[in-house]
Design a protein around this ligand. Structure first.
Ligand SMILES: [Mg+2]
Ligand SMILES: [Zn+2]
Length: 241
């Protein structure tokens, strides 16, 4: 049985937020105040749709956006980690669940040559329309009240694992690698054998440590990381078990 590795994208694989970085393409590298203030909690994808529309109307091209996105650095140790996973593909299956979008993630995986490491990418579907505007849609609809309207990562993960099980694929354990507030929901549902790997100093890690102080720890074990190299050490430990 393989280990299922679940990756977040922004601030986990890349050391930045793609949706924030893209604003660098705007005139004066900022959004008009009205647009900036139009974000409603839970409706991130809708907001990004308006941002992409604005960038398109300002004449920002696909190429400029691609350059901005692919110039974001990978998180420290991520190259080593992804190479390690590639070399050990017989032991790991690897997916991304991200609230970014398919265009940005494809650009990064292509530019860094790591597309083959990931078996599947779950994210908001995006595409350039015939007018050159980037459009983005909600990944799905769900009824989880902890998560933004467009994506509950826990629902995605549970559906994926169930579907794999129907095909006869069972995982030894799940290792969840992420940083953000929207990674809390899937981590809360990990089981005893699974491992939550929150990035040190980021929202997910702070939330998990607050939960354990409040005596509501997660069922899974928690291993904090700052670099992908530390994740390799833990994966080596898991495959030797
Ligand atoms: Mg993130
Ligand atoms: Zn949720």
């Amino acid at each position: 049985m393989k280990i299922l590795l679940v990756f977040d994208f922004d601030h986990t694989i890349i050391d930045d937020n793609s949706d924030t970085r893209i604003v660098q393409c705007a005139p004066e590298k900022k959004l008009p105040i009205e647009l900036q203030d139009s974000y409603e909690k839970g409706f991130w994808t809708k907001f990004m749709g308006r941002v992409f529309k604005y960038l398109g109307d300002e004449g920002v091209t696909e190429d400029e956006m691609k350059r901005a996105v692919t110039s974001m650095p990978l998180t420290p140790g991520m190259v080593e980690l992804l190479n390690f996973i590639r070399k050990n593909k017989d032991k790991f299956e690897c997916i991304i669940i991200s609230d970014s979008n398919s265009v940005f993630i494809n650009w990064v995986l292509e530019a860094t040559n790591f597309r083959d490491v990931f078996d599947k990418v779950f994210t908001n579907p995006a595409a350039f329309d015939s007018n050159g505007l980037l459009t983005v849609e909600n990944y799905h609809t769900h009824s989880c009240n902890r998560c933004p309207k467009n994506l509950c990562k826990n629902v995605v993960l549970v559906e994926f694992v169930d579907k794999q099980l129907q095909q006869g694929v069972n995982y030894a354990r799940i290792v969840y690698i992420g940083d953000g507030g929207n990674d809390v929901c899937p981590v809360m549902f990990l089981k005893k054998n699974d491992v939550a790997m929150p990035r040190k100093g980021y929202t997910l890690q702070k939330t998990l440590s607050r939960m354990s102080q409040n005596l509501e720890p997660t069922e899974s074990s928690v291993v904090v990381w700052s670099s992908g190299v530390e994740i390799i050490s833990h994966l080596l430990f898991l495959i030797k078990e």
